[in-house]
Unconditional design. Structure first.
Ligand SMILES: *Cc1c(COP(=O)(O)O)cnc(C)c1O
Length: 405
């Protein structure tokens, strides 16, 4: 073999030279001078928190996804909490969601006193399986909380049809899927409510932040009340004109979930680069998928023809019977090559809190649990260089070839 071929070197974990000298994270933000200037301008202005930048950021996001309303929150988790509140979930209600997600998707139902019920995923995409949802619908079911895993939209037509038949609200957790498309339509304009996150590893960032988009004016009103102590901002404006100017009324039990103007200014600036970010992520993902098609035992996620993924993360699954070692050894060997690989996700029902509270023991969701055993998330973010991308392919080739049976 060619001496300069990195895949012919001994593994770093066995004392060889790592594929790269500097650690490559699995996800990372990109902040440019324009972002910094936008933030500084707001810092020097009269408004630090709720001011004109909030409305402007909401308008930018609503226009981008093609929704009538967008309501900003100070995290994706707060956005989920707002959405389940707007859908009127409460004690005795059930919301059906997927085990293959970040725990916040299921936790938001618990915040309201409702119960999350899990439905297993499809083996090809690891998105929630519509048939499995249907089997879990009861008199108590009030909402479906699907997740666009890795940025691949769920089967929205079937889920919405099912929701319609049973009178359920669909709250799509699109934390991975800003800019994704389903049958030519943008995610954020399709479900009853769609939530996004602007955490630094996502497609754009506001440091912390989130958004709910919807076409329903009543949901939008409830979302706005909920994020600011249960006070309706429109009612407050109206009564300020007619009644006592200091007057405000708390109508529901809300929180302080407001996203500051400073963060919104960053979001507005970041949104200008969303299309470019998506294009770059799609390019890297397609290079990976091309390279890994040649690698025995490495299986990328399926991409269905009717969607365009936003590629938040790039998970691979290992066909473990083709290797001499398990997932953990391969994971550790990739880390030693200086790829900060990760795993998305530990199935939610297997976390100690869910085990203790609901008695899960493992074995309830075999497809999710089996996928979890074989998953590794590779580095993927829009500011990756061509060399970063080559290093990922080289390290995965080197490690999987070394451990191939
Ligand atoms: C990131 C993420 C969230 C939570 O968003 P935060 O902004 O970190 O609160 C929720 N669900 C999924 C699937 C996520 O990836």
């Amino acid at each position: 073999m060619n001496q300069s071929d990195p895949t012919s070197e001994p593994l770093a974990i066995l004392g060889g030279t790592p594929v790269r000298a500097k650690a490559l994270p699995y996800g990372r933000q990109q902040i440019n001078d324009e972002d910094v200037d936008a933030v500084v301008q707001v810092l020097r202005s009269d408004w630090l928190t709720t001011g004109p930048k909030v409305d402007e950021f909401e308008e930018v996001v609503a226009a981008q996804v093609g929704a009538k309303y967008a309501v900003a929150f100070n995290s994706g988790t707060a956005a989920l909490h707002g959405a389940v509140f707007a859908a009127d979930l409460g004690p005795g209600d059930e919301a059906i969601t997927t085990p293959i997600t970040f725990c916040a998707t299921a936790n938001c139902a618990l915040y309201t006193g409702a119960t999350p019920v899990f439905a297993d995923v499809c083996p090809e995409t690891l998105n929630i399986d519509v048939q499995q949802i249907e089997e879990r619908i009861t008199q108590r079911t009030k909402a479906i909380l699907p997740v666009d895993y890795a940025g691949h939209p769920v089967n929205l037509d079937s889920i919405l049809a099912l929701a319609e038949r049973h009178g359920l609200v669909v709250i799509e957790d699109a934390a991975h899927a800003l800019g994704a498309e389903y049958k030519g339509r943008k995610v954020g304009s399709i479900s009853h409510m769609t939530t996004f996150s602007f955490h630094p590893v996502k497609h754009i960032t506001t440091c912390e932040g989130g958004m709910v988009t919807t076409d329903n004016p009543d949901f939008a009103r409830r979302l706005k009340m909920f994020r600011s102590h249960g006070v309706d901002p429109e009612a407050r404006r109206r009564s300020a004109e007619t009644a006592d100017p200091w007057f405000y009324e708390m109508e529901v039990l809300g929180f302080n979930y407001r996203l500051p103007d400073v963060a919104c200014a960053l979001g507005i600036s970041q949104m200008k680069r969303l299309e470019g970010n998506l294009a770059r992520r799609r390019e890297i993902a397609s290079h990976y998928s091309e390279a890994f098609a040649q690698l025995p035992g490495v299986v990328p996620l399926a991409e269905l023809p009717e969607i365009k993924s936003a590629w938040h993360i790039y998970p691979i699954r290992l066909e473990l019977d083709k290797f001499t070692v398990g997932r953990k050894a391969i994971f550790e060997a990739l880390r030693a090559e200086n790829l900060q690989v990760n795993v998305h996700y530990i199935p939610v029902h297997l976390h100690p809190y869910y085990r203790k509270r609901f008695g899960y023991e493992g074995g309830e969701y075999p497809i999710s649990e089996g996928a979890y055993e074989s998953l590794i998330t590779l580095p993927l973010f829009h500011s990756m260089t061509d060399q970063d991308e080559k290093d990922v392919v080289a390290a995965v080739s080197k490690v999987t070839q070394h451990y191939a049976k």
